[in-house]
Design a protein. Sequence first.
Length: 397
Amino acid sequence: MLRIALLSLLLVAASAHAQPKSRTGWLSDYAAARAEAKRTGKPLMVVFRCEPCGEHGAFDEQVTRLNPEIAAAADKFVRVRLTRITGVDLRLFEFDYDTAWFTFLMNADETVYGRFGGRDAGDADRRLSLKGLRFALDQALEAHKTPPPAIERAGKALTVSDFAAARKVKGGCVHCHNVNEFSRADAKAAGTFDREQFRVYPLPENVGLNLDVEQGNRVLKVAPESPAAKAGMQAGDLIRTLNTLPVNSLADASYALHKAGTSGSIKVTFTREGKPQAASLEVAEGWRKTNLSWRPSMLNFLPRLEFSGDELSPDERKALGLTATQVAFRQDKFVHSTLKAIGIVKDDVVVGIDGRAMDGNMKHFLSDVRGRYLVGDKATLNLLRDGKKLDVPITLK
């Protein structure tokens, strides 16, 4: 009887620690994962996956199935995969909510070691790589050896249900990008909305830094005349901190820039050939602007220009003094009412906007406007009419 009683106690104790896991050891409940991390002393890998949005599906599967590239490092984490944004504390899990896949690397005290994820207006997965994730995992494991003191967040957790706009949504799935929409709606209702709130999570390229997708703190290129170039940064530099925050991935760099101001200095520390360096990136108003056209939360705020027509031939471009690759298209006879209203007529040739010429065709031009500008922005269309330059002001709609 005593043996049976002891065996029963052992089974009860074991079941208290057991948590439902997938074949590859993923939990689906954050509280359970945090408790497991506290019990084992392991760090946490928290993946957010917006399944209805579809993007990053192949990468998500490689991570979930523990591709050999990341398996050894990932096995040292308590792993949890969350497919719902509702209920989580957005003060802790603050990320670019327009993305459909994102990872936090942290400890059970909720100290965040690093982030991994992010995208741009190009191919959805080009900023993601398994080698890059492994590098971020390795750096988080190193940080976990000597974690900083826990910082207690005061006050009540901020969840999706705290947004007044969210409470109007009845049933259905709340997508991650809806957090941005709810936040903006509440800010507008409170009279605190600022158009700069659209310019979230700038890319490192905005300050002139092109980072290695396979080692997220390594500088591949520095754009000439950029803030990074003027600060003396070079290809091969290894960034340690940006805006005082550690950098081991695109997501880390983008988050650090997100927290920077609309102008002024952004501190950066890095190593060059093993020697520590420090500099300041000087940024001016407008530095945060980037292509927004991929962001699902922005669809109602992106302008449309209703041009239609044909590209100029090489001979026509040459006769007008234009390059062979420059945007140059002629408006056809079907002039949209919104263009008629600002004085556009048949045969006007569009060559740029706000004094900025670009390479490509009409499709590239219209996509660029949709990505760089917002509804309500004022701009100047650069035209040629009867061979003469003409600037036409427009308020984008």
